[in-house]
Design a binder for this molecule. Sequence first.
Ligand code: DC
Length: 211
Amino acid sequence: MIVAIDGPAGAGKSTVARALAGRLGFRYLDTGAMYRALTWLALERGISLDDGGGLGALAEQSGVDFDEAGRVFIAGYDVTSEIRDARVDKVVSTVAAHSEVRSVMRDRQQQLAALGNGVIEGRDIGTVVAPSAEVKVYLVADESVRASRRQAERPGIGADALATDLKLRDEADSARMQAAPDAIEIDTTTLTIDAVLDRIEALVHARVGTV
Ligand code: DC
């Protein structure tokens, strides 16, 4: 079974998807981390962020790996913390917008999905990567709550700068941020993590009964 979790930055995807995978004993795949790792490598190598062909070729040559502990590797570097830096936040949407990059990422993500039993989080999982996922969830939350969650994760950045960055990223990602027609939307603004997990787990169990 595949559980697809999509939604904008700060809606709670990573926290929820990771914990849900733990509860269900499923693999966890953070597709945003794959785009972030590629962005980090492109910055490191000085590849133009407008060069879709060059970035697609870089993605092809440099696969992103995850270890059991969730650490993220690309081209032999452990980039687990670097991919959350503001310099990556600011430009990752530009890298992720190139069709050449997306097709490489989509193929890799589909190979990982084919391993079965996984919770996959991103923007286009329910629509493009795993349109036949048995459970599709689209998480949303009020903008101010999303900004304050990001602030908690990135204490070094001012609140205003962070809210602006989040807004710009939402705009840049908006073309890919469509909920699948059969996704269940959950507004996490006032819910605890456990409450969100309980709701998704109930969807999973309901679905298990039907497959
Ligand atoms: O979820 P995140 O903030 O780590 O994602 C980083 C960026 O990658 C985000 O701005 C949009 C992009 N992304 C994407 O285009 N498609 C995905 N499946 C996942 C992330």
